[in-house]
Design a protein around this ligand. Structure first.
Ligand code: GDP
Ligand code: MG
Length: 295
């Protein structure tokens, strides 16, 4: 008897959703960053363990959108809510629910979904705080279970699997056993490059950066990729390129290493930086950067 489940990972920005996805998969698929609003679209991680197939869906953080890109991100969250069998609602130990989170919890329960509350970052606070958080939230909401974890150290992650297993229903597997994501290869590569920019540049720049893969082809044992990095200002472009091109070179080197290890082949990576003002609020640009409404 095989089982499968679509498992949504949702919660406010920065609570550790992408870290949890990577911990569950034992593989790095999603971008993890100290900067909020890193995950822009839904990211699927697939894991097949024996009879069970888990399809995890990492989502952008729950927030009140202020740009068209923000609208797109919240739409991805809401679409995903409608597709899931099980929800992992992630919060940070020691925090209280905000308005956007309360709304999402309400729509989860409206759908009659099975929701597990995950209290993350338990490594960073003391046990009393964790207990307080559990008490505060369980007073007002009902969950299938409440699991304190640390996605960073991996503590409690196996319990997450145990609890999911209890809720899984009999079903065919929807994906091949060896498949780990349904994200297109180009999108994965664009995300790997964007992650390096997030990591290496200052606060101001990351939110206004988009990466578009213009060329992606395999020749013999070489994967040849040309990517365009879009930012919002000339001054940002200068920072991304860096003194004598040093920053761009660093971004390229780290990205290439990741891409090579993911695809298991040599990679030639060609990066270009361009300026498109206010692209986060221009629908036609959002569409061409892959944040459009049609999927
Ligand atoms: P997301 O926005 O919810 O996807 O959050 P991320 O997974 O990108 O993580 C946001 C930040 O929190 C990163 O700096 C992570 O390293 C950190 N983080 C995630 N999980 C934990 C955890 O269990 N403990 C601690 N101390 N930090 C964590
Ligand atoms: Mg994320």
């Amino acid at each position: 008897m095989t089982k499968s489940a679509f498992i949504l990972i949702c919660g406010r920005p920065n609570v550790g959703k992408s870290t949890l996805l990577n911990a569950l998969l034992g593989e790095k698929i999603a971008i993890v960053s100290k900067k909020p609003q890193t995950t822009r679209t839904r990211i699927t991680g697939i894991l097949t363990k024996g009879e069970n197939q888990y399809v995890f869906i990492d989502t952008p953080g729950i927030h009140n959108p202020k740009t068209k890109l923000g609208d797109y991100m919240m739409k991805r969250v809401n679409d995903s809510i409608n597709d899931s069998d099980i929800n992992l609602f992630v919060i940070e130990a020691g925090t209280r629910l905000n308005e956007a989170e309360t709304k999402t919890l309400a729509s989860l329960s409206l759908r009659g979904g099975k929701t597990i509350l995950i209290i993350n970052k338990c490594d960073a606070v003391n046990k009393v705080k964790v207990a307080e958080t559990i008490r505060d939230i369980s007073e007002n909401y009902e969950f299938e279970s409440v699991i304190p974890i640390s996605a960073l150290t991996g503590d409690g992650v196996s319990i997450v699997f145990d609890e999911i297993d209890k809720l899984m229903l009999e079903s065919v597997h929807f994906f091949p056993e060896d498949m780990i994501t349904d994200m297109p290869e180009k999108q994965l590569v664009a995300e790997m490059i964007r992650e390096k920019i997030l990591r290496l540049t200052d606060e101001e720049i990351p939110h206004g950066v988009a990466v578009v893969i213009e060329e992606f082809h395999e020749k013999k044992d070489l994967l040849s990729i040309r990517a365009e990095i879009y930012c919002e200002k000339e001054s940002h472009k200068r920072i991304i390129i860096g003194h004598k091109g040093e920053m761009l070179k660093k971004i390229g080197t780290y990205a290439r290493q990741d891409i090579e290890s993911f695809f298991g082949m040599r990679v030639y990576l060609d990066l270009w930086v361009k300026v498109k003002e206010n692209w986060r609020d221009r629908q036609s640009l959002l569409n061409s950067f892959g944040y459009g409404d049609k999927e």
